[in-house]
Each structure stands twice: as C-alpha cells, then as structure tokens.
Design a protein around this ligand. Structure first.
Ligand SMILES: NC(=O)C1=CN([C@@H]2O[C@H](COP(=O)(O)OP(=O)(O)OC[C@H]3O[C@@H](n4cnc5c(N)ncnc54)[C@H](O)[C@@H]3O)[C@@H](O)[C@H]2O)C=CC1
Ligand SMILES: O=C([O-])CC(=O)C(=O)O
Length: 320
C-alpha cells in the first residue's frame, strides 16, 4: 500500500514543525510548498537528513509548484503572515485573505479530494474564505484553533491543580480571538468538573478566572515574548492531532472551527465547536448544552467572527 501524502502549504515556522512531526510520526510522505524559492526545498533537505538518525522512510520534498501537491490525502495550510507585538490577529486579514485565494485555487486544481486543515489567522474568517475559494465540501475543510486553545487551558489547569495533563480535559469554543470561550462546566480533572473542584476547595473562582483570561490571551503572551512572530510548536502539534484523526479514522471529539448550518443557532459560519473527526472528515457537529454565561460569551465571539466575514466580503467581492 502506498504511503499517505501530506501537503503543507506554507513552509514557515509552523509548516517546518508540521513536516518534522509528520515525518517522525510516519504519517506519510511530506510535500512542503511555499512561494519563497529555496525555503521549502532547504527545509525538506534538512528534514530528509533526519531520516537515517530517526529511521523514517517517508520522503520529504519541497516545492514552489502546486502540481506537486496532487493526490494529497491531507493538506495543512499555514501560508500567510503571522502577527508581531502590538498587532491583533485581525490585522492579518487583508494580506492573508489574498493568500487564501491563491491557496484555495491551488488546492481546487490539484488536490480536490484532500482533507484540508487551515491554521492561518484570523482563523475563523480564513478557513471560511479558504473553503469558499476552493469550493471543497464543507466537511472536508476545517480550522485548527480549539485544539490549541484547549491545550493551553488544560496546561494551565494541570499546573493549578498539580495533576498530570493526561487527566485534564477542557474545551475552548468560539472564534480564535480574544473573545474565545473556555468552557469551565465541561473542563474536568478525571471527570470531576472544575466548578466541583472549586467547591471542594481545590482552587478558587478568582484563580480559575485568571486562568481563563490567560488562556484567551495565550497567543498574545507568546507573541510578546518571541517578538518576531507567534507560537508554532503547540499549533503544529494540534494540527497533526487533527490530521491523525482523519488519516486513522479515529473519530476523535475535538474542538475545531467547523461549518455550522444552524447548530448553536449559528448559520453559514465557521466557528469553534466540538466535532467528530474521522475518515469522513468532519463527521459530526456535537451540540453541547451551555450554561447562560457560556451562551452569552459564545454569542459575543460569533459576532466578532461575523464582523470579519463582512470585512472579507468588502475586500473580495467574489465572496458575496
Ligand atoms: N490557528 C491557530 O491557532 C494559529 C494560527 N497561526 C497562524 O498561522 C500562520 C502561519 O504562522 P507561522 O508559520 O508562524 O508563520 P511564518 O511566517 O513562519 O510562515 C508563513 C509562511 O507562509 C509563506 N507564504 C506566504 N504567502 C504564501 C502563499 N501565497 N503561498 C504559500 N506560502 C505563502 C511564507 O513565505 C512563510 O514561509 C499565521 O497566519 C499565524 O497567525 C499561528 C499560530 C496558531
Ligand atoms: O497569537 C497568534 O497570533 C498566533 C495564534 O493564533 C496563537 O498562538 O494562538
């Protein structure tokens, strides 16, 4: 059986890390695509030279030609620009929308059967635009943010409760911006909801509120530290988890930006909600009951995403 093919559009910080992880985990042959000549080729050669040490047989190649992504099973899109200190993710919209157009057309022409995971920011608007430009079925185009935001939330919760991260589950829903919604009622340590842990005296509401705030600003905290760009290790790990769910038909329940058609009262928008990802792509949208506070916060977050779509349509008339 031929190896699977993973195409990575964008060979920057996340793209390179994705390629490394995909090769180490043996997901398949990796094609790194970028518009900058030499960068995908150089990273591919460097990564290929890991293979004798790590013992992987996967081929890693770099290209500037969309034809080389033909037949890809999974495509992960990180093409575009990342923010720097003082910028919001939304400031990237103008530049990255144009990038999504080129990428969407490249995918449509060369790999229309792939499962596409978009990571480029501002995430919820870019995944929506990428789907529009590519014309792929909605269930085959998904955005990565919730896995990362939940990982940050779980990491902070594990530190607070001084327990293994393996025993913490959490969900962050909504748009991938400052309005994202870490959902405390469904965040647990070995099944014990965080509100119960507060009642048990294991933490306080103030401390959990501070963790929610830190999670919401999690990307910005790293941008402020790095100064030259944004996070890439955890974003890449999160993208790979979603690719594995598809490639291995794992039917994982993961928070991801999925196309909603009335679920949560939201129509024709990509927003972060729990979904089931398996061999059929986004196989289910999971509608969980939210308390009034979470519902209100989700509605604020959805309004922020809607504003971004208005901005996209104003820039590119073909999106109307
Ligand atoms: N959804 C999420 O949770 C996260 C999203 N991001 C976003 O992911 C994106 C990528 O981040 P990094 O890899 O750190 O940025 P980076 O700047 O290191 O890499 C981006 C790459 O895209 C390439 N590129 C630009 N235009 C292109 C085009 N038209 N076609 C193909 N490639 C093109 C650039 O040459 C560069 O190599 C950014 O928009 C960033 O904001 C970053 C972290 C988390
Ligand atoms: O903060 C950024 O610009 C990158 C990002 O989306 C994240 O790390 O969550």
């Amino acid at each position: 059986m031929a190896r699977k093919k993973i195409a990575l559009i964008g060979a920057g910080n996340i793209g390179g890390t994705l390629a490394h992880l995909a090769a180490l985990k043996g997901l398949g042959d990796v094609v790194l695509f970028d518009v900058v000549e030499g960068v995908p080729q150089g990273k591919a050669l460097d990564l290929s030279q890991c293979s004798p040490v790590e013992g992987f047989d996967a081929k890693v190649t770099g290209t500037n030609d969309y034809k080389d992504i033909a037949g890809a099973d999974v495509i992960i899109v990180t093409a575009g620009v990342a923010r720097k200190p003082g910028m919001s993710r939304d400031d990237l919209l103008g530049i990255n929308l144009k990038v999504m157009k080129a990428v969407g057309e490249g995918i449509a022409a060369n790999a229309p059967d792939a499962f596409v995971i978009c990571i480029t920011n501002p995430l919820d608007a870019m995944v929506w635009a990428l789907r529009e430009f590519s014309g792929l079925p909605h269930h085959m185009v998904v955005g990565m943010a919730g896995v990362l935001d939940s990982a940050r939330f779980s990491h902070f919760l594990a530190e607070e409760f001084q327990v293994s991260v393996k025993d913490v589950t959490s969900f962050v829903l909504g748009g991938h911006g400052d309005t994202m919604v870490p959902v405390i009622q469904y965040s647990t340590v070995s099944g014990i909801p965080v509100p119960d842990l507060i009642a048990m005296g294991r933490s306080s509401q103030e401390k959990i509120d501070a963790i929610v705030k830190r999670t919401r600003g999690g990307g910005g905290e790293i941008v402020a530290l790095l100064k030259t760009g944004s996070a890439y290790y955890a974003p890449a790990t999160s993208g790979i988890a979603m690719a594995e769910a598809y490639l291995y038909d794992q039917k994982r329940v993961l928070p991801a930006a999925a196309h909603l058609t009335g679920q949560y009262g939201i129509d024709n928008l990509y927003v972060g909600v729990p979904v089931v990802i398996g061999g059929g792509g986004v196989e289910q949208i999971v509608e969980i009951a939210l308390d009034d506070e979470a519902k209100g916060n989700l509605s604020v977050s959805v309004d922020a995403v809607k504003e971004l779509l208005v901005a996209c349509k104003a820039i590119d008339g073909s999106l109307n």
